[in-house]
Design a protein around this ligand. Structure first.
Ligand SMILES: Cc1ncc(COP(=O)(O)O)c(C=O)c1O
Length: 461
């Protein structure tokens, strides 16, 4: 063994991190006095940091990604075997794992047909945007090019996906953004818009999309991009009647429906995809995080055959195809890992476990709501849950985010990593977020909610 590589003294690593690493999602001033946290190992649902402290990871790698848990040797082996055989060729050619995974994925997605590989959720979303734009040019003289997105949804960190970003704090200071993206109202029942009805809120919220289409002109609107359950915008489960109406509206105005499954995709909500709870028939489905649980970078933009057909109807025209490449969309590690990831979910019955453990987690959170007045609302689908903290249940005024972060920090000190909405919706970064691996046991769930219980008691008493 190379002793320098495996040294127990990791002060050198900490120094290298301090000197050279630009971390994601975090302010760096604190690292002038505190050590950055370095995670060195993971097994199952647990991770260990460089100081040897053990954590139960209730957010699957921080951002709802490691769905099948850490330390999966069979995924590592599948990737290893594939890499020494054939690591990369541009996706203008096919690959063995790329083709096999595409077939297996489509088997889980009745009505869908074609898989376009990319390497991040943002990029997969951009591919759908580009396809919608190209369809507008091919069929409608470029006019039907606008893409609608929803308040509180997130679709990525690139400029085009930020232009479709419904979380204002993520977008601030990065403008000017790309034109042709138009916001529609959110569908969060707990924070109903002024004038919205209590009865049939879901239908009302969907009708707001129709109003935007009519205002913009139906002949200008080509696509609608929505998360099935909104993630970083507050874990928003859709209200009754919402999706049925959304589907009708898309059909009525010939608007292509793009479902962003980057978080919900591959098991997180207890079905393969979030949209499958609601009987939706999308034109595009994008996915990333859970596709290979972070063992390799892979993302997909999946379309129907009808969409695919629109790009090959005139082979004599040299411009008439999807003129795009994602270099690392040709990496074979991604689909090799994804095939094994999917096998694990099936063989270990993780969808059923997700439903069962999700129900337990939701019931536990409901019990916390009974006990702590600061918990104003709890929401969730499968192992994708949120608890919104409010100062006053009547006014629903949000708890200051510093106190929300104090709850997260208290759980961390107890050895449980939870998340909270942050730099998302101004004044409403007040939702605790949970997304443990789909292998979670009843004891894991109770440990997570037990830690939150103690943290709420300490921070709010
Ligand atoms: C719903 C949703 N879409 C897209 C993305 C962007 O994915 P990526 O960070 O892989 O570009 C994210 C990332 O958190 C997400 O939550």
């Amino acid at each position: 063994m190379d002793s320098t590589r495996y040294s127990n003294d990791i002060s050198e690593v900490v120094e290298a991190d301090r000197a050279h690493l630009w971390h994601h999602l975090i302010q760096h001033k604190q690292f002038e006095t505190n050590d950055p946290r370095i995670i060195v190992e993971g097994k199952g649902i647990r991770v260990w940091d460089a100081k040897g402290k053990e954590f139960l990871d209730a957010v699957s790698g921080g951002v709802w990604t490691v769905n099948v848990g850490y330390g999966r040797e069979t995924i590592a082996k599948a990737v290893y075997d594939q890499l020494i055989k054939m690591n990369y060729f541009a996706n203008s050619a096919g690959s063995i794992p790329g083709s096999i995974f595409a077939r297996q994925l489509i088997e889980k997605m009745p009505g869908m047909s074609r898989v376009y590989y990319t390497n991040s959720g943002s990029e997969a979303n951009e591919k759908a945007f580009k396809m919608i734009r190209q369809i507008a040019h091919k069929r409608y003289g470029g006019k039907k090019h606008k893409i609608l997105f929803r308040d509180r949804d997130y679709h990525g960190g690139t400029l085009a996906t930020m232009s479709a970003g419904g979380q204002d704090e993520r977008v601030m200071q990065y403008g000017p953004l790309a034109p042709g993206f138009v916001r529609v109202p959110h569908c969060m029942e707990y924070r109903r818009q002024d004038g919205a009805p209590v009865e049939n809120y879901g239908e009302w919220a969907a009708n707001q999309i129709e109003e935007v289409i009519l205002r913009e002109g139906p002949d200008t609107v080509g696509g609608l991009c929505l998360e099935p359950v909104t993630a970083g915008g507050g874990v928003i489960t859709p209200p009754e009647g919402y999706w049925e109406r959304v589907q009708e509206i898309c059909k009525k105005y010939d608007v292509l429906l793009h479902i962003d499954e980057v978080v919900c995709g591959v098991g997180r909500t207890g079905t393969w995809f979030g949209y499958q709870h609601y009987g939706i028939k999308p034109d595009f489905v994008t996915m990333a995080k859970g596709v290979a649980s972070g063992y390799a970078a892979i993302a997909c933009c999946v379309t129907t055959e009808a969409v695919f057909e629109m790009f090959k109807d005139d082979a004599a025209d040299p411009m008439n195809y999807f003129r795009d490449i994602s270099t690392f969309g040709g990496c074979t590690a991604g689909p090799a890992a994804a095939i094994e990831n999917m096998r694990i979910i099936e063989d270990e019955g993780l969808l059923a476990n997700t439903v069962k453990m999700g129900d337990r987690a939701l019931a536990n959170l409901q019990a916390l709501m009974e006990k702590h007045r600061v918990v104003g609302d709890v929401r969730g689908k499968g192992l994708f849950l949120g608890a919104e903290l409010v100062v006053d249940r009547k006014t629903r005024e949000a708890v200051d985010e510093k106190r929300v972060q104090a709850v997260v920090a208290d759980c961390m000190a107890q050895g449980v990593i939870i998340g909270a909405t942050n730099r998302s919706v101004p004044g409403l970064n007040n939702t605790l977020c949970l997304s443990p691996a789909l292998i979670a046991t009843p004891d894991d769930i109770d440990e997570i909610t037990g830690a939150i219980d103690k943290a709420l008691t300490r921070v709010f008493s």
